[in-house]
Design a protein around this ligand. Structure first.
Ligand code: MSP
Length: 544
């Protein structure tokens, strides 16, 4: 079964920041889980990219004395660098200015026109220049920043009348509603689904999908309407199609429909309403899940240019330099706004989470067990011999098998709901069980008795084997969040998962892919050095 994961395509009017990195990380973590689950990485396709035909790209390019495409080239490069920095594993990066995208968009619009789903008409509405979208009367009048201001930025809305091509959205409202009702995981989390169902009660009007070309340079940037060069395709319609254009080739068609579209709450409506209706009009199957997260904020405030409080790439880079890229990934993925509430980016919290989950938990547990195997078994993984009391190595005195099986089930369930933070907390729970087991069985005390009673050596080996094998399972389940650190760990312990193996097999405690008795565990640098909370916050060179 192939699976296709997407992120939004980001505007190239400005540089990337934590918000863009966050969504791409969620997509990345999901894609890595999917690759592990199916065992065949070529069955998974993960897409990110940039949305380049927006008005604000034109104005921002002019402010930088560049043409729109020069500015788009410059910023698309920044996004590529940002995603390379966070170790995103996308299979493709789409830019909407690429020919491969444009050609397909024209074909889709032609098809919609031919079926009567796109027609020419008049439109009057509330235009939000900061978001480049029209708002309905009810949304415009009830903005939290005051009537007829942008609900997102608070800037004034403009009343506009235009001759436009329209998409017959209204024709699909009943089918869409039925689809959302019949598919509880079509929009996640469930609160966002309820939000969309609530708004759908107002009914859907047809929406403009083009703008007349005028002397205003912003109207001259974008894809021309097919067979009518006096109009350009509205940037949002052009952008949404990216998910399909990239896989609309003979070798990639198998990936459609997308399994998960990831994004934040700001663009829920486009993805949960307009996009599926466009797809229905094109006779395409609908995506599995539209997953919507909330916002990263700083000190409770929205991050914005005017406040200068962006957590930008320079800041994330400084954190990564001190704590590692995987530690940044871990913090963002486990503490981010994955659910319904916004999350505050905080240095104190970062240090606390880093120490609790990484330095003191996985890092410490792996080095403790590794050190004991080194000390008592010369660094060679002991044979888990059943003890004289009849305890089998797979369990009895410690249910390692069921602890790992439950964790794996929980991870898989959470991944099914696109709940990455829940999946990671299920995975790290294994380490807590190992810590408890070590405290209860005290292998370091047992080791002292081995000289007097050599029969105890098997029991010591059994305990350490159980611990080590459970840590291996945890490392597999944690690897989508921390691919580099887990690969370092596998290199030391000689337990890198065999390519092409499915997650359930890799994660089977004591199964075919278990830690091999007799194999060597190498000593290395600690995976995660403890963080000193007294140090000042790492700051990037351009951080505000
Ligand atoms: N170009 C459109 C999307 C088109 S998709 C067919 C767009 N671009 S954007 O550059 O504004 O990116 C918006 C997305 O960036 C959000 O949906 C979210 O994925 C991410 N984020 C931007 N700021 C964010 C936060 N402060 N916090 C979390 N994510 C945020 O909209």
């Amino acid at each position: 079964m192939s699976s296709y994961i997407t992120t939004p395509i980001y505007y190239v009017n400005d540089r990337p920041h934590i918000g863009h990195c966050f969504t791409t990380l969620i997509g990345d973590c999901m894609a890595r889980y999917e690759r592990l689950i199916g065992g065949d990485p070529s069955d998974v396709f993960f897409l990110t990219g940039t949305d380049e035909h927006a008005d604000k790209v034109v104005t921002s390019a002019a402010a930088h004395k560049m043409t729109p495409i020069q500015w788009a080239d410059h910023n698309a490069e920044q996004f590529k660098k940002a995603f390379a920095f966070i170790h995103a594993s996308h299979d493709d990066f789409i830019r909407t200015t690429e020919e491969r995208h444009k050609a397909h968009v024209l074909a889709y619009i032609r098809k919609l026109k031919a079926h009567g789903d796109v027609y020419l008409g008049d439109y009057t509405g509330w235009w939000d220049p900061s978001q480049e979208e029209y708002l309905t009367e009810s949304v415009a009048s009830s903005s939290p920043h005051g009537p007829f201001t942008s609900p997102v930025t608070g800037k004034p809305l403009e009343k506009r009348t235009e001759k436009n091509y329209f998409f017959r959205l209204s024709a699909y409202q009943d089918r869409l509603k039925a689809h959302i009702e019949a598919n509880p995981t079509f929009i996640l989390p469930v609160s966002r689904r309820n939000e969309v169902l609530g708004r759908l009660r107002d009914g859907l009007s047809d929406i403009p999908i083009s703008r007349a070309v005028t002397s205003d340079p912003t109207t001259q940037w974008g894809i021309l309407m097919p067979d009518d060069p006096s109009h350009r395709i509205y940037v949002w319609i052009d952008a949404l199609f990216n998910y399909l254009t990239v896989v609309d080739t003979p070798d990639r068609r198998k990936f459609w429909p997308a399994k998960v579209h990831t994004m934040a709450k700001d663009i829920l409506w486009f993805h949960a309403v307009i996009w599926p209706c466009l797809l229905m009009a094109l006779n395409e199957p609908l995506p599995g899940t539209v997953y919507v997260h909330s916002y990263w904020v700083r000190d409770g405030k929205k991050m914005s240019k005017s406040l200068g409080n962006f957590v930008d790439l320079a800041v994330l880079g400084a954190y990564a330099e001190r704590y590692s890229v995987d530690a940044v990934r871990w913090y963002l993925l486990t503490q981010g706004p994955t659910g319904n509430t916004d999350a505050d980016f905080s240095y104190a919290k970062f240090v606390e989470v880093y120490n609790t989950d990484l330095a003191n938990s996985f890092g410490n547990c792996a080095s403790r067990v590794g050190n004991m195997i080194e000390k008592y078994f010369g660094g060679v993984v002991p044979e888990p011999v059943p003890t004289p009391e009849g305890e089998m190595w797979t369990g009895h005195d410690w249910p390692g098998g069921s602890i790992c099986a439950t964790a794996t089930e929980n991870v898989l369930r959470a991944v099914g709901y696109v709940d990455v933070s829940e999946a990671l907390s299920a995975a790290i729970a294994i380490i807590r069980s190992v810590d408890l087991y070590i405290n209860e069985t005290a292998p370091f005390k047992l080791a002292k008795q081995v000289e007097a009673n050599p029969a105890l050596k098997d029991r010591l080996g059994l305990i350490l084997y159980n611990c080590a094998e459970a840590i291996r399972v945890a490392s597999v389940l944690l690897s989508p969040a921390m691919p580099t650190k887990m690969a370092e760990f596998w290199a030391l312990w000689g337990c890198a998962p065999k390519l092409g193996t499915k997650l359930v097999d890799l994660a089977a405690f004591g199964g075919e892919h278990r830690l091999q008795p007799g194999s060597e565990i190498k000593k290395g640098e600690p995976l995660f050095m403890r963080a000193d909370p007294k140090l000042d916050e790492p700051k990037g060179p351009t951080a505000a």
